[in-house]
Write a protein that binds this ligand. Structure first.
Ligand code: MRU
Length: 369
């Protein structure tokens, strides 16, 4: 099944199509997004989610914004509208740096286009569509390469634990952590996967289990608090997750609960891998302590699948992400290669490496925020 979590249909007057991830696995529904406001809401409510997918979806937002300009706007007016749209979209979710990375690229492209005195508003919009499509295509390639680079880490007979969803639904391509598993499966590797349920929003049981089932990979869903017991029983040989933002020292923010898994894995001598594209690195941050952690609505904890599971009005703490320390990460799998025992030097070295077959925009250090 070709999932395509994010899809642009048409030219500059086109529409953004998103899979409504809130309704999976019960219903597979594609939503048409026609305005920046709708896109902001889709990101905020996790209709589209997962760091790379959020970035790719946001890249198309300013094109939608320009569709709503009436009359014959000048390129300067169009640029102004694009910058406004970017700022607005940047307020949708704070943790995944891919959002800011993609919007920075769109801003830069819009400014570059507007500098040319010949550029019209229409021309600027066309330049943005090309850039958004490039961001989209790059993500597809990065996902595949992450899978190829990580596949050797998954051996015959392994049981692999994953958390949240870092699959096709979370990217424009075949995922990050799950890409490694998909590639290993395609190469005939015999392994099985345990998927943490991932409370409060159940991305693991709803999305990861669904994706792995579609791919014919044996998957078993467990509640989040079962991971330690499985490790103690010798049932887990590797843990692999995605990331939302990785600081220059290798500290990595990912879905809440990832940090606990890294400590459990270390305690049990199990390798702990993060899979992420270069667009997830934030080289402006010295460590994970500086990564902004999204706090979400208490209702997500009070309610589970439309059933009230805690008393109304009770105090709730609902951070959406936590930070795994670099010292507890065995390796980070990127599209450029695998960074073993990640640290500042190794990260800078690998991300700074040019790849002849990559577009220019993939070279050099990742974007900052
Ligand atoms: O709140 P979400 O569902 O957007 O959180 C997603 C995650 O934590 C993923 O693991 C991360 O974005 C990596 S996706 C390739």
């Amino acid at each position: 099944m070709n999932i395509e979590a994010v899809k642009w249909i048409g030219g500059t007057d086109g529409v953004l199509e998103l899979i409504d991830q809130r309704r999976l696995p019960a219903e597979f529904v594609r939503l048409k997004i026609r305005s920046v406001e709708q896109l902001h809401e889709a990101i905020r409510t996790l209709t589209v989610r997962g760091a790379p997918a959020i970035g790719v979806a946001a890249a198309y937002g300013p094109i939608l914004a320009l569709q709503w300009l009436t009359g014959r706007p000048s390129a300067a007016e169009a640029l102004n509208e694009v910058l406004k749209a970017c700022d607005y979209l940047a307020s949708s979710r704070p943790t995944a740096v891919n959002l800011f990375w993609a919007l920075d690229r769109i801003r830069a492209k819009a400014r570059e286009a507007a500098e040319d005195p010949q550029t019209t508003a229409r021309g600027l919009q066309a330049a943005l569509l090309t850039e958004a499509n490039t961001i989209h295509e790059e993500d597809v390639v990065m996902c595949r390469r992450i899978g190829e680079n990580g596949t050797r880490l998954i051996r015959d007979g392994f049981s692999v634990l994953t958390h949240c969803n870092a699959g096709a639904l979370a990217t424009a391509g075949q995922g990050t952590a799950l890409s490694v598993l998909f590639e290993a499966h395609q190469r005939g590797r015999q392994f099985e996967v345990f998927a943490d349920e991932t409370r409060p929003l159940l991305q693991g049981s709803r999305l990861t289990a669904w994706e792995l089932q579609q791919a014919g990979i044996k998957v078993t869903v467990i509640c989040d608090n079962m991971a330690g017991f499985l490790m103690k029983q010798g049932k887990i040989q590797a843990v692999i997750t995605g990331a939302d933002r990785i600081a220059v020292n290798g500290d990595a923010a990912n879905k809440i609960g990832t940090y606990s898994l890294s400590i459990l894995a270390k305690h049990h001598g199990i390798p702990f891998y993060i899979a992420a594209p270069s667009s997830t690195f934030d080289l402006s941050l010295e460590s994970g302590a500086a990564i902004p952690i999204e706090q979400r609505n208490p209702e997500e904890v009070i309610w589970c699948a439309q059933v009230q599971t805690a008393p109304s009005g009770v105090h709730v703490y609902n951070p959406a992400f936590d930070v795994t320390e670099a010292k507890d990460i065995t390796a980070i799998i990127t599209e450029k290669g695998v960074i073993e025992s990640p640290n500042r030097e190794r990260i800078r070295d690998l991300l700074g490496r040019a790849e002849p077959s990559q577009p220019d925009s993939l070279r050099g250090p990742a974007a900052k925020r």
